[in-house]
Every structure is written in C-alpha cells, then in structure tokens.
Design a binder for this molecule. Structure first.
Ligand SMILES: *Cc1c(COP(=O)(O)O)cnc(C)c1O
Length: 380
C-alpha cells in the first residue's frame, strides 16, 4: 500500500457541519465566514481576520493592502511555493530572493539586510516546514528600513515563536494562512489574512469583493440608501463560501490534536534519523515550537537514487522546494542561477517524507526502515 506524502483528515463532525451549511440560507456571503474568521483570529491572537478562497489570494491581498506598486521590491525566500513570490509580480513588483540559513532553511535576516535597496517595500518571510523565522530580527530590520512584514504562515498554523502563536502579528503587519487540503486544517481550497491594523483590514475586506464596500462610514460619496455601495478600488472576487467555512470551523476544533500528532511523528523520525550519518535534519531553534507541516531531510548521498528507491517502495516522497527563481518563468524575467547558493545546495539534497496526522505508527516505522535501507544501498 502506498503511503502518500500528505492527506487531509475529515470526520463525521466535519461532514455534518458542511451539510448543515448547504441546507442553510447562505451558500456564500453568510454568517459562517465571520464566525470562522473570529475563531482563527482568537486562536492566533490577532485582532482582525479576512478569509479568502486560497492562500495565494491571501498573499495577493496582503501585497495590495500595503500599496505595492510597479517597481517596488519585496524580499522573500526561494525555498517556498511559487505563490510567495508570484503575489509580488501580480502587483507589478519585483521579488528579490534572500538566501536561507543552512540549518533551519528559513530566510536569513542577514541576507535580507544585504538585499535591501531604496526600492524595497516589504519582506515576506516563509515559516518553512512549520518553524517560525527569526521574526524579531526581521522586524528590527524592517523597522529600521521602513519595510512592511508579511508572514507566509501557510506551513505554520499552530506554531509558536517566543511564547506567542504564529498569526498574532506581534512582529509583522500581516500573516497569511492556507487551508489547502495538505495544510494543517483544510477548507478544500482557502486562505486567510490576519492583522492587527484596522487600515489594512478595511483594504482587505474591499479587495476580496471587487473593491466594493457597503459600510456607510467608509463611503467617499454621499450614502444614498440601503441599496447603496461603492467600488473604491480594483479588487477581485476572492470570497470563500459558507460551506467551506463550516468545514474550517470544525477543523479548528481538531487543530491542537493535529499539531500534537504531527509533533509526535516528527519526534519518532528524529530519534531514528539522528543516528544516521548521511541524513541532515532541520534544526529547530529553542525559541520556536514548529507545527511541522512537512518533514524534509537532506541526504548526503545520491538524492535521485534515494528518492527513486523510496518511490518504488510505495513511499510518497516529495521535494520542497525547487528554488523559485530557477523556474522558467523567472529565468525569462532575468533571474540567474547562483543568487542563493545555500538554497540551491539544500534543494540538491532535499527529500520530504510523508507527514500527516492520520499516519499510523506502523507507517512511520515502515518509512524509517525503508529510508535507512535506501541510504545504505545508495551509499555503496
Ligand atoms: C500552500 C502554500 C501557499 C499557497 O496556498 P494556496 O492555498 O495553495 O493558494 C503559499 N505559500 C506557501 C509556503 C504554501 O505552502
């Protein structure tokens, strides 16, 4: 039987809630959206939350809300999903890639500092694999240089940094989440932006629905009556549905359990792999509690061979990530290989092992066994 690299956990409580939403008065633009937003905001410790239909939409909205314009530069990590950088392109800006730290594979604050120019407007740190970046350092650099910080926490719902939950926006202007099926909680597709800033919140609320507001207090012209609305900016339809939010609410009830199960699996992996010389594990810093979205290892032998051997054995291994700037679209824009050597070295050795709460202990044992065997075979 194949072990996938990730899969969702849906139970009867989830299904029941979604069915109720489907039979209710609102499939979309109903009360479940605000309820879901409130639940996530309270869990994370943020004042405002805006739910949208993907993590990518959340990133786009975040870039829009800080007024990103053509010519502006935004610094992010190359070891991420393409969406973390594409959101800058959507606004006509230019993503600038800062290298990762070789132990955590999170963005290096030092290299962020090196990549700042007079065009830099924002930094998008990605909490890789679920471990928070060095947010305090990044926030200090941002403050010194007048930059906005947007945390890409698509991997990190449930993680903690220096005693506070990721998403509290203590060291940032916004945090974005993804609820894609492989993430910590799912709404099928979905995303959210968390913030403590009211000005940003108002922009985000309009942006997700065509740039339209019905709030009388926000009108530019005279409010003419109950039918009245104003389109004040060029937004999109990035709305999430009520039945997705119904699922999200029930998933939130299980989040702590999900995260703790992920941590238990990782502890088992770590214990076994620490003894193997050819494997390098991600370092978890003392101030962090990772929520472990993925479990990437680096193999100091032929990665292709190890990867293929595990695939043949039915283990759904994956690679996170190909450095974004090596993608053909980015090459076309003029990005050259070699910009971030530590990221490229990491990529050449990376393999992601399966990790999801539904995994059985036997699956974990099987994977440990197969990985050990594959490494032995491939090192000869
Ligand atoms: C999943 C993911 C996204 C995008 O989220 P979608 O909901 O799939 O649009 C963005 N950044 C990172 C790091 C991700 O893993």
């Amino acid at each position: 039987m194949r072990i996938p690299y990730a899969t969702q956990w849906i139970d009867a409580a989830d299904v029941k809630e979604v069915i109720e939403a489907l039979y209710s008065s609102h499939l979309t633009q109903g009360p479940r959206i605000a309820a879901f937003e409130k639940k996530v905001a309270e869990y994370c410790g943020a004042r405002y939350a805006v739910a949208v239909n993907s993590g990518t939409a959340a990133l786009h909205a975040a870039c829009f809300a800080v007024g990103l314009k053509p010519g502006d530069e935004v610094i992010t990590s190359p070891i991420t999903f393409v969406a973390s950088a594409n959101c800058v392109l959507y606004c006509g800006g230019r993503p600038v890639f800062a290298d990762v730290q070789s132990d955590t594979i999170n963005i290096s604050p030092e290299d962020v500092n090196n990549k700042i120019s007079n065009k830099t407007k924002a930094v998008i740190p990605v909490h890789f694999a679920g471990q928070p970046c060095d947010l305090e350092e990044l926030s200090n650099i941002a403050q010194k240089n007048g930059l906005v910080v947007i945390e890409d926490a698509a991997h990190a719902l449930g993680a903690e940094y220096k005693g506070s939950k990721v998403g509290a926006c203590k060291y940032s202007d916004m945090t974005i989440l993804s609820f894609h099926a492989v993430k910590h909680i799912t709404t099928g597709e979905g995303g959210m932006i968390l913030t403590n800033r009211e000005d940003i919140y108002n922009q985000l609320m309009m942006f997700r629905t065509h740039g339209i507001t019905r709030d009388g207090d926000l009108m530019i012209n005279k409010h003419e009556g109950l039918w009245f609305y104003e389109m004040q900016l060029l937004g999109f339809n990035y709305r999430i549905t009520d039945f997705q939010c119904a699922l999200g609410m029930k998933q939130m009830d299980k989040l702590e359990e999900f995260v703790s199960r992920r941590r238990k699996i990782v502890a088992k992996y770590d214990q076994a792999f620490r003894k193997i010389a050819n494997i390098v594990l991600l370092k978890e810093k003392a101030e962090n509690k990772s929520s472990w979205h993925i479990y990437p290892i680096q193999v100091k032998s032929d990665r292709h061979k190890v990867f293929d051997a595990l695939q043949r054995e039915g283990i759904g291994v994956n690679v996170h990530y190909i450095p974004v700037y090596l993608q053909p679209y980015y090459s076309e824009l003029g990005y050259q290989p070699g910009i971030c050597p530590r990221s490229e070295k990491y990529y050449s050795q990376a393999i992601t092992l399966p990790l999801y709460p539904k995994m059985k202990d036997e699956d974990v044992d099987t994977i440990i066994e197969k990985v050990s065997a594959a490494l032995e075979d491939c090192s000869i």
